[in-house]
Design a protein around this ligand. Structure first.
Ligand SMILES: Nc1ncnc2c1ncn2[C@@H]1O[C@H](COP(=O)(O)OP(=O)(O)OP(=O)(O)O)[C@@H](O)[C@H]1O
Ligand SMILES: Cc1ncc(COP(=O)(O)O)c(N)n1
Length: 281
């Protein structure tokens, strides 16, 4: 007999708390809920944050992060998980230990480094630890353009350079990568997926708005929710792009700075398809 709990898709986020509710754990849990996945969390740091910026960061001990993961895994179970802000090497290492120990998968790694307002969310000295610990365990890595440049050590101002960077990130051990296009210039925001076999693009019109706080968290959480439901990667990325595009297109106009996106919009405007996707080789 199938029990109720075995039909519920369970998604875990391991990330920082954003008191302003637009990014981090809060964005992830809202996204999981909207996509019908049961959300669980392991908090790595508490940030004092609003739409005007990050006003304080309080890292948790690595052991506290590990114990949250233990508690979730040992009782509730995990169908897919993602990581977001992880500020230092000891937290990175203990998360990697738990991912391996419990064979947690599929894992989406959002290599959060710097907040939109400029605050450093990952210690510079921990960048190489991220490459050595979590990236080799990832089903998908989702860097934005500046993060992909840090990971590869290259300027990525052409599509060919971004394709080469995607290959380089797979050489680090990840199974797939999406280099996100939010930081590109021009009239489109195009995300580039490489799964080791072929390239795919997911394109939306670039929306002119200052309310893009937490777009990366929301995107990677949406991929994670869809993977938790058992969707293939390509389909999960397509849905995530649709989710984040609607969330940006229907802003809430909250706060005096970079406001949050609208996590209700995917459900509320369900008949609006705004993106196009194309396979590339
Ligand atoms: N102005 C925009 N118009 C349309 N789509 C956008 C815009 N900005 C970002 N996106 C989309 O949002 C998603 C996140 O991309 P982005 O490059 O902003 O990530 P990020 O910098 O990691 O986000 P954050 O750090 O705010 O969490 C991608 O799918 C990207 O294409
Ligand atoms: C806890 C936390 N995680 C991630 C981000 C990145 O989001 P953004 O680049 O939009 O500031 C953030 N600001 N805070």
């Amino acid at each position: 007999m199938i029990t109720t709990s075995s039909r519920i898709s369970r998604a875990l986020t391991i990330a920082g708390s954003d008191s302003g509710g637009g990014a981090g754990i809060q964005a992830d849990l809202k996204t999981f809920q909207e996509l019908n996945a049961f959300g669980m969390s392991a908090i790595t740091a508490v940030t004092v944050q609003n739409t005007l910026g990050v006003h304080g960061i309080y890292e948790l001990d690595a052991e506290i992060v590990a114990r949250q993961i233990d508690a979730v895994v040992e009782d509730l179970g995990v169908d897919a998980l993602k990581t977001g802000m992880i500020s230092n090497s000891s937290i990175l290492e203990i998360i990697a230990d738990r991912v391996k120990r419990y064979r947690l998968s599929p894992l989406v790694v959002d290599p959060v480094m710097v907040a939109k307002g400029g605050a450093l969310l990952l210690e510079k000295s921990a960048q190489h630890t991220l490459v050595n610990t979590l990236i080799p365990l990832a089903r998908l890595v989702t860097p934005n353009l500046p993060e992909a440049e840090v990971l590869t050590g290259k300027r990525l101002n052409t599509e060919d350079a971004r394709k080469e960077a995607a290959r380089q990130i797979l050489d680090m051990g990840a199974e797939a990568v999406v280099i996100k296009g939010g930081h590109l210039e021009g009239e489109f925001s195009t995300d580039l997926l490489f799964d080791g076999e072929s390239f795919h693009t997911f394109t939306s019109p670039r929306i002119s708005t200052r309310h893009t706080h937490g777009t990366g968290c929301t995107f990677s959480a949406a991929v994670t929710a869809e993977l938790a439901k058992g969707r293939p990667l390509l389909e999960a990325v397509r849905i995530a792009k649709e989710f984040v595009t609607r969330a940006i297109a229907h802003p809430l106009e909250l706060g005096g700075g970079h406001g949050p996106t609208n996590h209700w919009a995917f459900r509320q405007y369900r008949n609006q398809t705004v993106i196009s996707s194309s396979p590339r080789t």
